[in-house]
Design a protein. Structure first.
Length: 387
């Protein structure tokens, strides 16, 4: 069905321009991330007799590749993304299965990567935008006031396939991302509040059953136990979170300055360039720097939601909403973890944390959303029905 008739009130060519606010916020977060990765890794690398800028340089290469991915994704029509989603989803399942085969690389007790030489590919990161796209294709044709349980079951099955493969790796954090994104997208597609509440209740029952049946790994149970006893075992289970809170507390209002933070300089915070990168921001740039970072993330998520509102069809609306939910969940859980408000979960911060696969996946997601913006509806709210 064609879109509602009417005159395009925007200037000629305005609908093909990228979202400069979204891309600008992403660029600022990326630049700050490169700086924080350098300040958090340089002292440790220098102490080990290595090039103090090696990690930063590697991240710069990831960023350069990510920008190419973003550009290509923006140039591809949202309708083409709709058409190739089954291939993307199927290819992702193949990669996730390959990780668990002899092809996968086992590191620190987890088998999550495929060693490609130049980069360690982590398919679970690529699975995030793939699941968003697949859910959007499935849910876009729904037009009834409330979604039927059959469609809900199909959505859950679509998410369960990659989630099961990722759980075995193990990677509980990514599974939580899938769950939150699925709930948000199903709600936007028409799932009732009653259905959402029931699904959340079932998820909690499943979590309790997993704990009782010892399905979760020992370190995952330790993280949950540690969260409920933050004042205890600060040198063992709660070491990461304790050092994280000390680092952020040291920053005060304006921070101690670059390379001036004791926790950062002396490498007291584990995984500071990845999962705990926000502690480098908090200690060196203080409350003001942390607030700036959260403000930029707020702008990114706001722009994505506005793009969802301007999308020309339901598919684009759901994709932009799903990506916004994915970013919001990453930021909320990561920052909450570093502040001791949530249990430790291996979820990095978009554009700030070190990592090639993660940056590429986030850049791809922004590129797809930008593609939706560049081909938005002629008039605000003029949604086309999706086949």
């Amino acid at each position: 069905m064609s879109s509602m008739s009417g005159v395009d009130l925007r200037p000629r060519g305005s609908r093909s321009r990228p979202d400069f606010l979204l891309l600008g916020a992403m660029g600022l977060l990326t630049a700050l991330g490169i700086l924080m990765i350098f300040t958090a890794s340089a002292p440790r690398l220098e102490a080990e007799g290595l090039d103090r800028s090696s990690l930063m340089v590697r991240q710069v290469w990831f960023v350069a590749l990510g920008l190419v991915v973003l550009l290509v994704a923006s140039l591809i029509s949202d309708r083409t993304w709709h058409a190739i989603t089954p291939l993307i989803y199927g290819g992702t399942l193949v990669l996730l299965a390959a990780v668990l085969s002899p092809v996968g690389a086992l590191r620190q007790g987890a088998q999550r990567w495929i060693d490609l030489g130049v980069i360690d590919l982590q398919p679970s990161e690529i699975a995030k935008p793939a699941v968003v796209l697949a859910l959007a294709v499935l849910l876009a044709p729904v037009h009834e006031a409330s979604m039927r349980w059959r469609r809900v079951a199909k959505a859950l099955a679509l998410v369960a396939l990659p989630a099961a493969l990722i759980f075995v790796q193990p990677d509980l954090g990514t599974m939580l991302v899938f769950g939150f994104v699925a709930l948000v997208m199903m709600f936007v597609a028409g799932t009732s509040v009653r259905q959402i509440v029931l699904l959340i209740a079932l998820a909690l029952v499943a979590l309790l059953a997993a704990v009782q049946l010892n399905i979760l790994k020992a370190y995952q149970l330790d993280r949950i136990e540690g969260f409920f006893n933050l004042g205890d075992q600060t040198l063992s289970i709660n070491y990461n979170q304790n050092q994280s809170q000390v680092a952020i507390g040291n920053g005060g209002l304006f921070g101690r300055g670059l390379f001036e933070g004791t926790q950062t300089n002396l490498a007291f915070v584990p995984a500071q360039t990845t999962d705990f990168i926000f502690t480098a921001v908090g200690e060196q740039l203080g409350f003001v720097g942390g607030a700036l970072v959260l403000g930029l993330y707020g702008l990114v998520i706001l722009r994505m939601l506005m793009i969802a509102g301007a999308a020309r069809d339901r598919f684009g609306q759901l994709v932009a909403t799903g990506v916004a939910a994915m970013f919001g969940f990453h930021v909320f859980v990561n920052v909450g973890m570093t502040l001791g408000l949530l249990p430790v979960t291996g979820l990095p911060l978009p554009f700030l944390s070190y990592g090639g696969s993660f940056y590429l996946a986030m850049a791809l997601s922004v590129g797809i959303v930008n593609s939706i913006w560049m081909r938005r509806a002629r008039l605000p709210g003029a949604l086309q029905l999706t086949r």
